[in-house]
Design a protein around this ligand. Structure first.
Ligand code: SF4
Length: 186
C-alpha cells in the first residue's frame, strides 16, 4: 500500500483525555470531532507525549505557565520531545507534509497562541484563596520548547490551537481548523 504522506501532529490529550489534569477531561477518550475526520481523510496522526503527566503524574495540581517555566521542567520537555522532532525531521526530509501541529488553548504546556498566567500561584494550598489567572498571548512552555527544537532542526511547522469548547474561541473551532487542513491537503 502506498504511503499517503499527509500528517497531522496532535497534543497527547486529543487522543487520550485521561491525561488531563482533573477535572478537565472534556470527553471520555479521544476528541472524535477532530480525530475521526482526520482518520477518514487518510491522515497519519502523530500523538505528542504529555509533558505534565510524564513530568508530574496524574494526581498533579492545576498549574499556570509560570510554574512550569523552570529549567528542570523545560529540560524534561526537551527530553521527551527529542524523538518526535527527530521523526518529524525524517518525515519532512522524505517529502511528507505536516499540515498542522495542534495545541491546546488554556494549557500552561500545550497552548500555541494562548496560555494561563499568574505570578501569584504557588505556595501552601490550605486556607488559601485561589488567585485569579489571566489568559495571555503566546505559546506555553512545551510548545515554546518544541518550536525552538524544530527551528534548530531546520523544520518549519504550522502550529495552531484547536478548541474543544463550543463557546470559547470561535476562530479555532474544529470545523474551521479541519477545513483549513483539508483544503491545504487537496
Ligand atoms: S500537558 Fe498538554 S497533552 Fe498533557 S493534558 Fe495538558 S494539554 Fe494535554
Amino acid at each position: 500500500m502506498k504511503r499517503g504522506k499527509k500528517i497531522v501532529v496532535v497534543a497527547h490529550c486529543y487522543l487520550n483525555q485521561n491525561a488531563r489534569v482533573r477535572p478537565y477531561a472534556s470527553m471520555p477518550g479521544a476528541f472524535k470531532e477532530l480525530i475521526v475526520p482526520l482518520v477518514n481523510e487518510d491522515f497519519g496522526i502523530i500523538q505528542l507525549p504529555c509533558p505534565e503527566t510524564t513530568g508530574c503524574g496524574l494526581n498533579r495540581w492545576e498549574a499556570v505557565t509560570e510554574q512550569y517555566d523552570n529549567p528542570g521542567f523545560r529540560r524534561h520537555c526537551r527530553s521527551i520531545l527529542q524523538p518526535y522532532v527527530d521523526q518529524l525531521s525524517e518525515h519532512v526530509k522524505v517529502g511528507d507534509k505536516i499540515y498542522a501541529v495542534l495545541g491546546v488553548p488554556f494549557s500552561p504546556c500545550c497552548g500555541v497562541n494562548r496560555n494561563p498566567s499568574s505570578k501569584a500561584w504557588g505556595g501552601p494550598l490550605l486556607d488559601r484563596a485561589v488567585e485569579p489567572i489571566a489568559i495571555v498571548d503566546g505559546p506555553a512552555v512545551f510548545m515554546q520548547e518544541m518550536m525552538k527544537m524544530c527551528g534548530d532542526a531546520g523544520i518549519t511547522l504550522p502550529f495552531t490551537d484547536i478548541s474543544e469548547d463550543k463557546t470559547a474561541f470561535p476562530d479555532i473551532q474544529p470545523e474551521i481548523i479541519l477545513k483549513k487542513i483539508l483544503e491545504a491537503a487537496k
